[in-house]
Design a binder for this molecule. Structure first.
Ligand code: SF4
Length: 240
């Protein structure tokens, strides 16, 4: 899989990303950004809030259902200060840092800290393939656990479960019945719901949402069903 690792991801594992180095990185922190836009948060605990989305460029994974492949390459390099200025211009409290895989860029951690310092309610959407420890504690970490149907199940970093708190979320995108049973086993095995809320989403146009809801009810599974509100409202379009 090394041939698929984005150069930004390789840099992310350097010692520079340790929290005690953040202030040193801060003055020069720059990020590659695919898009910044205002929409409604469509998922997780903050669903429904007007939210500024910061989509960072690059991802070392290739999930079969990925709806943001346009963020794998390209983008524009911007300073953290410039990004903060753009966010402030929208005048809303909620900010979601997403991708791509945001943590593939070391400066993402600096950005998260600075957004919190500016008074924003910040969430981070991450694939679960990177270490989420050391992310500013004020940030809500929404961590995917990749199912077999994603094609990237081997990327799951199970150690991440041990650092999550009630403020965070674990998310499974379910493609089919096999995925559902796999996710159900993982939830029970790791008792994830005792650590934080667990979200089950149907893979868009791959699994009928009502079917997933029925399975959850039938099993009385301690997870929260969700659909991607933004796709219900606007369909699967970039910038929404
Ligand atoms: S982790 Fe997210 S951005 Fe990366 S390939 Fe998977 S769905 Fe796409």
């Amino acid at each position: 899989m090394n041939d698929r690792i984005h150069p930004l991801a390789a840099a992310a594992v350097s010692s520079d990303v340790r929290p005690d180095n953040l202030s040193r990185l801060q003055p020069a922190a720059r990020l590659r950004i695919t898009e910044i836009f205002l929409s409604l948060q469509g998922e997780a605990a903050d669903a429904g809030w007007p939210t500024v989305f910061l989509r960072l460029t690059g991802c070392p994974l290739r999930c079969r259902y990925c709806d943001t492949a346009y963020a794998f390459t390209g983008g524009e390099v911007q300073s953290v200060d410039a990004v903060l200025g753009s966010v402030a211009g929208y005048g809303v409290r909620h900010v979601c840092v997403t991708g791509g895989e945001p943590l593939a860029q070391p400066a993402c951690r600096v950005l998260l800290e600075r957004l919190c310092d500016a008074g924003h309610a910040v969430s981070l959407e991450t694939s679960g393939a990177f270490d989420v420890s050391g992310v500013d504690a004020r940030v809500r970490r929404v961590v995917d656990l990749k199912t077999p149907g994603s094609g990237e199940v081997e990327r799951n970093r199970w150690d991440n479960l041990g650092v999550l708190t009630a403020h965070d979320r674990v998310k499974f995108v379910i493609c089919n019945r096999e995925d559902y049973e796999w996710a159900r086993t993982r939830v029970r095995e790791h008792r994830i719901e005792e650590r934080c809320e667990v979200l089950f989403s149907p893979s868009w146009e791959q699994l009928d949402a009502a079917q997933l809801a029925e399975w959850i009810i039938e099993d009385r599974l301690p997870v929260r069903f969700q659909v991607q509100l933004h796709k219900v409202l606007w369909g699967d379009v970039p910038g929404r």
